[in-house]
Ligand binder design. Structure first.
Ligand code: ATP
Ligand code: MG
Length: 389
């Protein structure tokens, strides 16, 4: 029995003339995500995208799982492909729906005829298929108001399709339709959630990580890669830049007042990130900051970090509680990795009494002893690039 995946996209419907462009990007993203699973055809017709396996070894279950994570898909379902005859629809339905109908009590049939030349009307299709299913599964009753399951029949261009499930998609907009931005990724809970949140709004992601060996270990870097690969299941591939940050941190520790360590470090991160973002075609930076969460995330602190860059800094978690952030991180399966106890470059140099109400003026004074341009240039020259899939 031949099965396919049918995709209906929600918010895409709102995009007017852009719609076709959005759908093309979505299909391209889908091709990329499914191509390792075997030969498959992906095409659109009449506001539906059809994913049709072209070889017997195509991993259908894995494809279904991957489709469930692709942004820009509101709902999807697996369906059985039938010939456009009532006879074929009836016989295949009984076999195909057996598992779905065995353990429920009530059902109804809904039919849709995109092809109006089909000899039966929609109500007639419902009646025939309903009758056949009642005979095949005598424990079932029809309930048109509140059924345990709805069986859908669609008569389309070349085929008819029968299905009993409607799955909820990942929602959002296809990655790439909103441009590209760079996520500053640490090994913590927040930044992977921030990355996921913005990818969901259609941004393609580049990532920047600051590593401070030997204060931070290879395991900490691996943790970041693991987090990004989990985000990439949703966002598609991510270019990663790893910036050596040790010298900058050593210099800050040596030359700057302790209560400004964290802020100066963050200002250095932002300056470097903006430069890397420009090189990689990103139009904005993304961080996992949440207002008031720590000393470096008070409003005055954010003012001092924002003031060193011209690019917009997107902070999708700014108004969220930690609980909400943790809930998302569990949902997207980054939480367990994030809480692994490897040291982060920020925790290595945490001052005892960080400034919660810094002023720009004092901040600039505190970092005046640094040769900022030279430190930035050196860090960028030694940055290493890789690719997360
Ligand atoms: P997270 O859980 O994302 O680590 P956090 O609450 O621990 O966030 P901070 O450590 O103050 O907060 O970092 C704030 C933001 O700065 C992070 O969300 C991330 O975007 C960025 N950031 C922090 N450390 C790094 C790093 N080593 N490399 C890249 N970006 C970083
Ligand atoms: Mg952190």
């Amino acid at each position: 029995m031949k099965e396919i995946i049918l995709i209906k996209n929600g918010e895409l419907a709102l995009k007017g003339l852009n719609r076709s462009n959005f759908e093309d990007i979505l299909i391209k993203n889908m091709r990329r995500r499914l191509k390792s699973l075997g030969e498959v055809s992906i095409r659109k017709a009449q506001s539906t995208i059809y994913v049709e396996p072209q070889s017997d070894d195509f991993d259908f279950d894995e494809a279904l799982e991957r489709v469930g994570l692709i942004f820009g898909i509101a709902g999807y379902s697996r369906a059985c492909v039938c010939e456009k005859s009532m006879e074929d629809i009836l016989s295949r339905s009984v076999e195909y729906l057996r598992e779905s109908l065995e353990n429920i009590k009530t059902f109804k049939v809904e039919a849709k005829r995109a092809d109006k030349s089909f000899p039966l009307t929609s109500p007639e299709i419902c009646r025939e298929l309903g009758g056949t299913l009642l005979r095949a599964f005598p424990h079932l009753k029809v309930d048109v108001h509140n059924p345990d399951k709805t069986v859908f029949v669609e008569i389309r261009d070349y085929n008819a399709y029968v299905r009993a499930e409607q799955l909820t998609g990942a929602g959002g907009l296809p990655v790439g339709t909103a441009g590209t931005a760079s996520i500053l990724i640490s090994g913590g809970i927040d930044s992977p959630v921030a990355a996921w949140t913005m990818a969901k709004r259609g941004l393609r992601l580049n990532a920047i990580h600051f590593a401070s060996p030997p204060y931070t270990s290879a395991r900490a870097e691996l943790k970041v890669r693991t987090l990004l690969s989990k985000v990439a299941r949703y966002s598609g591939c991510i270019n990663l830049a790893i910036v050596p940050f040790t010298e900058i941190q050593d210099k800050i520790a040596e030359l700057c007042p302790e209560d400004y360590f964290t802020l100066i470090m963050r200002r250095m991160m932002m300056r470097i990130s903006e430069k890397l973002a420009q090189k990689s075609g990103s139009l904005a930076l993304i961080t996992g900051e949440s207002l008031g969460q720590v000393a470096s995330q008070t409003l005055p602190a954010l003012v001092t970090t924002d003031s060193v860059v011209n690019m917009p800094v997107l902070r999708p978690l700014i108004g969220m509680d930690k609980e909400e952030i943790v809930r998302i991180s569990r949902n997207i399966d980054t939480f367990e990795t994030s809480i692994l106890p490897y040291e982060d470059c920020c925790t290595v140099f945490t001052p005892k009494h960080p400034k919660t109400r810094p002023t720009l003026e004092l901040c600039e004074k505190a970092e005046a002893a640094l040769n900022i341009d030279e430190l930035i240039e050196k860090a960028i020259a030694a940055t290493e690039y890789s690719y997360i899939d």
